[in-house]
Write a protein of this length. Structure first.
Length: 607
């Protein structure tokens, strides 16, 4: 098929270029080009490209375009999974045949059978894939990965720009699929913590490309954010204002910690949840910090600023108090600020070779530090807020069972306070709870469903729970649930904190469950009661033989709490126990743990 100048809008030179290019394109490349042109020139009528359309149509006739789409997600806390479910439903509404699967459940050998693949994946920790994506990630980057010339794909990456390896897992999937021969249906989109708008734009781009191929009509591309498990209508984008029923300090007098038990009312909301789910809170910044920031900037606190694409307007102080993040520094933020300050030191800090200095500077500093050290700024209030990212919600593991506490949700929140770089620092949400929230106040909240941290379907399955400090919260919900349903399976808790007398969170409840048989075993570790520090992993080692026997009997192991230290140490201890008691090599022990993850017998809720 040759384009002719007389019946096309192209001149002679353009026609020759197109006629030399078209025969070299693969079917997928022609489809992608058609989608790209249509997406970028939506007002152009189809009749204006008669021969190009004919060429592509003839190619389509040789091999019909499938309307089958596979969406694979890799999720740690539930964000990627909820987005996947939402986008899968919307694609079904557009007439597509959609398969939604966790990467942990997907059989990699089926990859070659897929023509349209969407990847939605978060990045965990310092650039690592989430637990549910590890096996698929290793397969795709291994020698057994197949060539994927017939694959069209697109990647939605979730991350946090305050981390060095922002959206790293999504970037790796995107690059590897291209290396294997796949063609991007739509470019990868990297999302920060406020992911709703970019995720929706990515979805609409994907739908546009798919619909252009299948000639189906878009029936619904309205942003319908995922609702919570209970389909109450309340969600991350439509929070429920829950009344605070009680705030209780769980630590005894003289403790180094402040850990608060918070009870929220869900009455008449229609909201419910399951053990293992989390609750998100939309916090406010510290008014004292906001006022110091405004004073340093010398902007009017009452000046109006537009805060989003919808044109919503707030007073400058109110915007800093309720809408923007001011306590965390990220490299993208510093790069933006270097353009509005005459202080050349910031640009030097961002220069090549200063990566470690930059990382050290950002650690423990906030926006007030940045302005004091690298000001003055050559900008106005509107431009200033346009550089900031939205104040992210805070997720907390729910510490109650809905069956045991109808119309309530309980949280276990440790107040974060520390001194760094000459100033006292406070956790945004935790200190708001500790100092500025009283019973009767209302908090905007939503439920975050987490299918990756759930009780086993069979209530007779034994469970092992490792949750020091506030990591014990979801295990309180597990015990309440198992008590309500009369579960007969064995249960074992490893709990630790600083001091037995002041820091044994929910002590009476654990002892009552132990007495009543709801909890089978309890091992505790209080690190500051003796000269030699003892942690939960030490207690696991002390009981390694029995712990391995439980694992061999099919027990599910749960870990909740600090990721950088505790979860890493517990993981290494688990490998050591399996090596010792199972008489295995390290390689075999790692395979044993990988199989546990695959079978959902090793679940982590770490942060």
């Amino acid at each position: 098929m040759q384009l002719q100048v007389i019946n096309s809008p192209f001149n002679q030179e353009q026609t020759e270029l197109l006629n030399s290019l078209l025969p070299t394109l693969t079917e997928s490349q022609k489809i992608w080009l058609s989608g790209y042109l249509s997406a970028s020139t939506t007002t152009v009528a189809t009749a204006e490209l008669p021969n190009l359309t004919t060429e592509i149509t003839e190619q389509k006739a040789a091999k019909p375009i499938t309307k089958d789409i596979t969406i694979l997600f890799g999720s740690q806390t539930g964000n990627a999974q909820n987005l996947t479910k939402n986008h899968g439903n919307r694609l079904k509404e557009n007439g597509f045949n959609v398969t939604v699967q966790s990467m942990s459940d997907f059989k990699p050998n089926n990859l070659k059978k897929i023509q349209n693949l969407l990847i939605i994946v978060s990045t965990h920790g310092e650039g690592d894939p989430p637990d549910t994506a590890i096996a698929f990630h290793e397969f795709l980057h291994g020698k057994r990965a197949p060539k994927l010339e017939g694959l069209q794909y697109s990647v939605l990456a979730l991350g946090d720009s305050s981390y060095e390896f922002f959206c790293e897992t999504g970037k790796q999937f995107d690059k590897r699929l291209e290396e294997l021969g796949g063609i991007r249906l739509y470019p990868r989109v990297d999302c920060d913590l406020d992911y709703d708008e970019p995720a929706n734009e990515w979805f609409e781009g994907v739908v546009s490309g798919l619909n252009l191929q299948s000639k189906s009509t878009v029936t619904n591309t309205v942003n319908t954010a995922p609702t919570s498990v209970q389909d109450s209508g309340y969600s991350r984008t439509n929070p429920y204002y829950a009344e605070v029923l009680d705030v209780i300090n769980l630590n005894g007098r003289g403790s180094n910690k402040e850990t608060f038990h918070v009870e929220l009312s869900l009455e008449d909301s229609g909201i419910s949840y399951e053990p293992g789910d989390s609750l998100g809170i939309f916090p406010n910044n510290d008014p004292e910090l906001v006022d110091l920031l405004i004073k340093e900037l010398d902007f009017s606190p009452t000046e109006s600023v537009t805060i989003n694409k919808q044109g919503e307007v707030l007073a400058f102080r109110e915007a800093l108090l309720t809408y923007y993040e001011i306590t965390v520094l990220t490299k993208p933020l510093l790069q933006k600020f270097s353009a509005i300050t005459a202080n050349k030191s910031l640009a030097a800090l961002l220069g090549k070779g200063n990566e470690e200095k930059l990382k050290d500077y950002m650690n423990g500093r906030d926006l007030l530090d940045l302005i004091r050290e690298f000001g003055p700024l050559d900008t106005n209030a509107q431009t200033f807020v346009s550089l900031l990212r939205k104040l992210p919600t805070r997720l907390y593991s729910i510490a109650s069972s809905y069956k045991a506490n109808p119309d309530e949700a309980h949280l276990t929140i440790g107040a974060v306070r520390y001194h760094a770089n000459g100033r006292d620092r406070n956790g945004v949400c935790s200190v708001q709870i500790a100092e500025r929230i009283q019973p009767g106040d209302k908090l905007p909240i939503y439920i975050q469903n987490n299918e990756n941290f759930k009780l086993p379907e069979n209530p007779e399955t034994p469970i092992i729970m490792v949750g020091p400090g506030t990591g014990v919260a979801p295990f309180r919900s597990f015990m309440q649930e198992r008590e309500e349903i009369g579960a007969q399976g064995k249960s074992w808790l490893f709990f630790g904190d600083q001091h037995f007398v002041t820091d044994f969170l929910y002590q009476t409840e654990w002892q009552n469950w132990l007495k009543d048989g709801v909890l089978t075993k309890l091992n505790i570790a209080f690190s500051r009661d003796k000269a030699e520090k003892v942690y939960v992993q030490h207690r696991m080692l002390e009981h390694s033989k029995e712990l391995f026997e439980w694992l061999e009997d099919g027990a599910v192991l749960y870990i909740c709490g600090d990721e950088k230290h505790m979860a890493h140490d517990v993981h290494q201890t688990l490998l050591a126990i399996i090596q010792k008691e199972g008489q295995m090599s390290l390689e075999k022990a790692e395979e044993y743990v990988a199989a546990m993850i695959q079978n959902k017998r090793y679940q982590r809720d770490v942060y």
